[in-house]
Design a protein. Structure first.
Length: 418
């Protein structure tokens, strides 16, 4: 680009022809700054705007001459996606003054002079003089078009997967009927074909479901009805339901609970009192998470064992899904919970999958202030851990009483409103 050549560092510092020609340099500088479509601002230590280009004027609605010399907080009003004004700790400009490090924020909205919200990406860099920040340069870009495009893409995925689930469910239903000996008569070869068609259809249905869930998770529309769940009983039941899939593949499946071995002598004989692990989560969503992890463990493990375990201390409930499978290389671990990420190896090339399972798990776990991570050793196996805040017995009882109260209130409310 011509502009870049004009303002190269070589030209400003070394070229003898340019030396001393400050007027010319200043003109070029202005031409470039004025031509940049992004909003560019220079802000001094008193937070006063020292330079404000026409790009900044377009985005903020402030005239260049009006903004110059004004406190930046009057001109740059940033809010988050929920329309909450940024605190000083969130504000990239203030962060740079405080830390002296460059900051980028791609999710901000700027309230312009006429009160309209404009999606912006903000990049703020410090100008450092003798190891102290002397001013900051802020670059603002209007990303309305990009965000609208992202939204359209997400909407398309969720509409398409939603619409396609219905016919797939119908096909699956009819295939199940055809396979039901009480309803239809088919020969063995047809049965074999239909069984294959049935399992592929189930797979397709699951894929649409995953696409839909991940699209919803991305824009925060994942439905969730958290209640108090005792994870011990919950996981034991779920492990029972899941273990057949492992045993079918010749893997040993187990459920391990707690580490505490209190002995309750009053019951006569020795009895292990099992600790109760309460958490505030949505049971259906939890089932989805554990099923995804367990499916992975079974899918990627050739031989050995798959365990579901539960432990915790007084603050956290921790559960894990552990396998004796191939393990995950360290360089893949940081990307594992991203959308569509699959480890590239011969196993994943032959074993089907979309790379959505772990992304969905992370999104769900984060709904309940939880954390998910993996510890793995190549050739030995992997353990996926999840931590949730633990409720003690009293907190659990209080919340349950509250839930019961809400449930009782509901009919009264609906009577009143009908
Ligand atoms: N227990 C495991 N052992 C080894 N590798 C695993 C294990 N779990 C996950 N992985 C790796 O992580 C990748 C991402 O897992 P994820 O569940 O997100 O996707 P997927 O299983 O490939 O597809 P799907 O969307 O059907 O779940 C997998 O492709 C696999 O390479
Ligand atoms: Mg998976």
């Amino acid at each position: 680009m011509g502009g870049f050549k004009l303002f190269s560092h070589k030209g400003t510092t070394k070229s003898p022809a340019m030396a001393g020609d400050l007027g010319n340099e200043k003109m070029k500088f202005e031409v470039i700054i004025n031509a940049i479509e992004d909003g560019v601002m220079l802000i001094d230590l008193e937070h006063t705007i020292q330079l404000f280009n026409p790009g900044a004027s377009r985005i903020t609605g402030w005239k260049v001459e009006d903004a110059a010399g004004v406190d930046v907080s009057a001109v740059i009003k940033l809010v988050d996606s929920k329309n909450q004004p940024y605190s000083d700790d969130q504000n990239p400009l203030m962060k740079v003054f405080k830390t002296g490090q460059s900051v980028r924020d791609n999710n901000a909205y700027l309230t312009n002079r006429s009160g309209k919200q404009i999606p912006v990406s903000v990049n703020v860099s410090p100008l450092v003089d003798n190891a102290t920040v002397s001013a900051v340069v802020a670059v603002f870009r209007d990303v309305g078009e990009e965000r609208a495009e992202e939204q359209r893409r997400a909407d398309f995925i969720s509409t398409a997967s939603h619409e396609m689930r219905t016919p797939v469910a119908a096909i699956e239903g009819y295939l199940a009927l055809a396979l039901n000996a009480k309803v239809a008569t088919i020969d063995n070869r047809a049965r074999d074909y239909l069984e294959k068609a049935h399992s592929s259809t189930q797979h397709l249905g699951q894929l649409f479901q995953d696409l839909l869930t991940s699209a919803k998770a991305e824009d925060g529309r994942l439905s969730s009805h958290p209640v108090v769940v005792e994870l011990g009983a919950f996981l034991e039941q779920l492990s029972n339901d899941l273990k057949f899939a492992a045993e079918k593949k010749g893997l040993f499946a187990e459920f391990v609970i707690g580490s505490s071995h209190n002995i309750d002598a009053s019951q006569g004989g020795e009895r292990v009192v099992r600790p109760l692990y309460y958490a505030f989560v949505d049971g259906d969503r939890m089932r989805e998470v554990v099923t995804n992890l367990f499916d992975n463990a079974v899918k990627y493990t050739e031989s050995g064992k798959v365990s579901i375990g539960l432990t915790g201390d007084d603050k956290v409930v921790q559960f894990y899904v552990r396998d004796t499978g191939p393990g995950i290389p360290a360089e893949d671990v940081p990307h594992l919970f991203q959308k569509f990420y699959r480890v590239d190896n011969s196993a994943t090339r032959t074993i089907g999958g979309t790379g959505l399972g772990l992304f969905i798990c992370r999104k769900i776990v984060e709904l309940y202030d939880g954390r998910i991570w993996v510890e793995s050793e190549v050739g030995k196996g992997s353990s996926f851990f999840i931590n949730f805040p633990r409720l003690n017995a009293k907190q659990a009882a209080d919340k349950q009483a509250q839930e019961a109260g809400n449930a009782e209130l509901q009919p009264i409310n609906s009577l009143a409103s009908s």
